[in-house]
Design a binder for this molecule. Structure first.
Ligand code: ACO
Length: 317
């Protein structure tokens, strides 16, 4: 039996920081409101020259180094992103070029904040069907490029970054299960429509935040049950919750459902904001670098986002 296991993790954050205090200068908001309603204190912002593939490339290079494999051994690249460099070619193809690899398949997937879980789920199946041996799964987003910085309900949330894992064929079990879902009927609650503003087409995030919040919390409850039942595990078996970082209050609600103390939740929202597809691999790397997540630990990753899409991955690290 072939299993897929994470053998390398890496991440990258752009240098520029945007703090709540910075936002106070241009928006009718306060550090106190942002912190208490979202848990966010600051977020990293890509420079105008930095593309999503640049962030993804840095994260990928770190993950490959961490895996101690040669770049040429990568035989599939999957990039989860909502903010591709261009409509085409895919950001995955741009990352492939930047890594100096040729010929391996490379493609993007679009599942907004659940993109990394979708990517893991697809990669796991490639490995289990013996179609690939070393897969780069990258979550990368430059949400600042689709944010309206005059909209206070939105501008405060988003950040830029990338995280990557090398998922490899193994005799040892790594990914125990993945579950992915979608329901397109809520499109209007969270989307990036094309609007004609003057002579220009504007494409920025529009979100009915409080409605999304309620659906996210209820859905995440169900995800937790689904993952545990499928693996015949109990809540207390989980060492770390590595959640998508949308709002600290959503994280607290999921931890409560798991009867888990917040000490067992990897939290980066205070420093990263919501980096969409990048947030889970960024949190994973943060948890490993800080010495919290260790080899053998059982991790529950979960996400909810635009689409709506949602999903989980249960992983023995
Ligand atoms: N500063 C001060 N006041 C603000 C701000 C701000 N930055 N933003 C909104 N307000 C005001 C509103 O105008 C409103 O005022 P009113 O009562 O006078 O009308 C009040 O604060 C409450 O607004 P709500 O939108 O109800 O605030 P809420 O507590 O719901 O917080 C937030 C908003 C943070 C967006 C929250 O709803 C949220 O996190 N939603 C879920 C986000 C999410 O999970 N998205 C999915 C993943 S992301 C993806 O897939 C791309």
């Amino acid at each position: 039996m072939i299993f897929s296991k994470i053998i390398g993790v890496g991440s990258y954050l752009p240098k520029k920081l945007l703090t709540n205090k910075d936002l106070e200068k241009s928006l009718d908001t306060t550090d106190e409101w942002i912190t208490s309603r979202t848990g966010i204190k600051e977020r990293h912002i890509a420079s105008p020259e930095e593309q999503t593939s640049d962030l993804a490339f840095e994260a990928a290079r770190n993950a490959i180094n961490n895996a101690s494999i040669n770049t040429e051994e990568i035989d599939l690249i999957i990039v989860a992103t909502t903010t591709p460099d261009k409509i085409f070619p895919s950001t995955a193809c741009n990352v492939q070029t930047k890594l100096g690899i040729r010929n391996c398949p490379a493609f993007d997937i679009q599942a907004v904040c659940s993109g990394f879980i979708y990517g893991l789920s697809i990669a796991d199946k490639f490995i289990k069907t013996n179609s690939a041996k070393n897969i780069l799964v990258i979550g990368a987003d430059s949400m600042s490029k689709i944010t309206d910085y005059t909209d206070r309900s939105n501008a405060i949330l988003w950040g830029d970054g990338a995280g990557a894992v090398v998922l490899s064929a193994s005799k040892k079990q790594g990914i125990l299960s993945t579950h992915i879902h979608a329901d397109g009927q809520y499109e209007e609650l969270l989307h990036v429509p094309k609007r004609n503003v003057g002579n220009k087409i504007q494409q920025t995030i529009e979100m009915q935040g409080s409605q999304v919040f309620k659906i996210a919390v209820n859905t995440l409850d169900k995800i937790v049950d689904e993952a545990l039942i499928a693996n015949q595990l109990q809540k207390e078996d989980i060492d770390w919750l590595v959640p998508h970082q949308a709002n600290i209050r959503i994280l607290e609600a999921t931890a409560k459902k798991l009867e888990m103390s917040m000490d067992k939740v990897i939290v980066t929202i205070d420093r990263h904001g919501n980096t969409s597809a990048a947030s889970i691999p960024l949190a994973l790397d943060d948890g490993i670098q800080s010495g919290k997540i260790k080899s053998g630990h059982l991790l529950l990753m979960e996400a909810f986002g635009g689409g709506f899409t949602w999903g989980s991955a249960l992983i023995r690290y």
